[in-house]
Each structure stands twice: as C-alpha cells, then as structure tokens.
Ligand binder design. Structure first.
Ligand code: SF4
Ligand code: SF4
Ligand code: FES
Length: 286
C-alpha cells in the first residue's frame, strides 16, 4: 500500500531552468525541480531523509546574477530566478570537486562516481599518488558493521542520522581538523565500547560505502558481492509490534543486508538493531 501524507496545498512559483519556464510548488529546491524535469544532477551529501548539509558541493548550479554557484540540493527555487544547470562554470566546479574527492578518498563503492568522473572529464590522478586523506585499514571491531574511512568523504550524513536528525544516540561525530578530520567515536574507542546501539541508520545514509554491513564487506573482500544477482523483498519486521518495513537484499538464498524504504512516513528508512541485523536469526537452518 502506498501511503500519501496529507499536506496543505502549496502555491506554484515559476522560474527559468536551463531556458525553460518551470513551475514547482513553493518550498521546492532547485534539485527537486531538476529531478521533476528529468535533469540528472550529481549529488553525494544530499539525503532524501536528512536536512541538506551543503558539504560536498558536487550539485552546484549557476543562478543568474549570483556571485557564487548555488548548491541545488538546498537552494530553494524562487519566482523569476534563472538557473543554468550545465553552464561551463558549474561543470568546471563539479569536475574539480570530483577530482579532489577521488584523489583523496576511495570512491570505488560510491554508486555512479566513475560515471560522473568520466562525464565531467575529471582527472584525480593529477594530484599524484600521495593525496590520500586517511590511508588506514578498515576498522573491523564488531560482527555487524565495518568503518572504512578511506572511503569517507566527510559528508556528515552518518553524524546527522546518529544524532539529532534521527537516532539521538550521538555515538559518532567528526574529530580532528583539516586533513586529519575523520568520523570517530568519542575518544576513538572501538564501536562496542562506544554509545553505538547498532541501529545501522548511519549505514543506511552513507553514500560511499565507508560504513557497510560486515556481510557486505566480507563478500566484497572475497569477490563474491554481486548486486546484479541480488533480489530485494520488502516485508514487515516480526520482532515487535511497531511494524517497520524491512527490505531484504538476498543473494544465493542468503540475506546479505537489510535496508528500509525511505518513503515510509513512520520510519523514514530508520530501524533498530533487531530489524537491521536480526536477519542472521532468520537464516539459522540447523
Ligand atoms: S549504528 Fe546507530 S547508534 Fe551506532 S553509530 Fe550508527 S547511527 Fe549511531
Ligand atoms: S562515513 Fe559515510 S556518511 Fe559518514 S561522513 Fe563519511 S561518507 Fe558521509
Ligand atoms: S549534494 Fe548538494 S552540496 Fe552535496
């Protein structure tokens, strides 16, 4: 069943998007308008369940008369505004952002990163082989999830999901400054010694795979992770009476990870440890 949340009707406003008159409901972002018009704008730190952080700047567009480029994910459309999504200035900016990110972090598990690097002719190699920002081995300190900070672009989505936007556990935050900045538990303790309750809501929003299920991490290491061979089935968690939706990702008859639909009006993609990781119980066949 699709649940359509009731809202007050919003007025439409008109602006120009790449030379075309465009009408969107008041309060829409430029990114909302682009998506409605079928325009493909790269995004990384934007999340459909989170307040925009404006951290990555890969979504920038040009607004006529503005001194600086605007992040499409957070800038709201205004009546009469003239926006160019594919100007030379916007494309150059996206290219440089992709070069800086891809030269300093491992984007190998970031969906569409390779495609964008090609599209914008980004050349991350021009910064040389020593540009890696973190360069450390993945943190495997529990049986449920792995933190591979070489893949972290410091988008803050996990911090927001763990903190005041959803989970209110505040187990992780950004520690350090500049090149040393990284996602960390308090005093950099291992996850089992931290406040983490293993809800996995940080994994749900991480755009790069820096945070991943241990099952996915192990299968990627073994070379057996194959999304094209996986099915996704959405069902209802049986562990308690709340009735959260679970999407089971199954490969070769094994549940390999569990996500949750972001458009669910109650849970918005969030779960607790039972829904997120309790699938191992369902797979006990002995
Ligand atoms: S699993 Fe939950 S509690 Fe633990 S760091 Fe992630 S969001 Fe925070
Ligand atoms: S771990 Fe993932 S969600 Fe968290 S800041 Fe890094 S890239 Fe973003
Ligand atoms: S996606 Fe818009 S600033 Fe990151």
């Amino acid at each position: 069943m699709t649940v359509v949340p009731l809202q007050l009707p919003r007025r439409l406003l008109e602006f120009t998007l790449d030379g075309e008159p465009t009408r969107v409901p008041e309060g829409s972002t430029i990114l909302d308008a682009c998506r409605a018009a079928g325009k493909d704008i790269p995004t990384l730190c934007e999340g459909d369940t989170l307040t925009p952080k404006n951290a990555c700047r890969v979504c920038v567009v040009e607004v006529e008369g503005a001194r600086t480029l605007a992040p499409a994910c957070s800038r709201r459309a205004e009546a009469g505004m003239k926006v160019s999504t594919d100007s030379e200035r916007a494309r150059t900016s996206r290219k440089v952002v992709l070069e800086l990110l891809a030269s300093s972090t491992d984007l190998s598990t970031t969906p569409r990163a390779a495609e964008w690097i090609k599209e914008y002719e980004a050349k991350p190699d021009r910064f040389g082989p020593d540009a890696a920002r973190v360069n450390e081995t993945p943190k495997i300190d529990n049986d449920l999830y792995v933190r591979d900070l070489d893949k972290c672009i410091l988008c803050y989505k996990c911090v927001d999901a763990c903190g005041d936007q959803w989970q209110n556990t505040f187990a992780i935050s950004v520690a350090g400054r500049g090149f040393d900045a990284r996602i960390s538990t308090e005093h950099a303790v291992a996850l089992p010694e931290s406040a983490c309750v293993y809800c996995g809501n940080c994994i749900e929003v991480c755009p790069t795979g820096a945070l991943s299920f241990k099952s996915e991490f192990d299968m990627r290491e073994a070379g057996t992770w194959d999304e094209s061979a996986q099915t996704e089935t959405t069902t209802i968690c049986a562990y308690c009476g709340v009735g959260c939706n679970l999407t089971l990702h199954v490969q070769e008859n094994e549940i390999v990870k569990v996500t949750s639909p972001h458009d669910n009006p109650v849970t918005h993609g969030n779960l607790c440890i039972k829904g997120r990781f309790g699938y191992q119980h369902a797979q006990q066949r002995g």
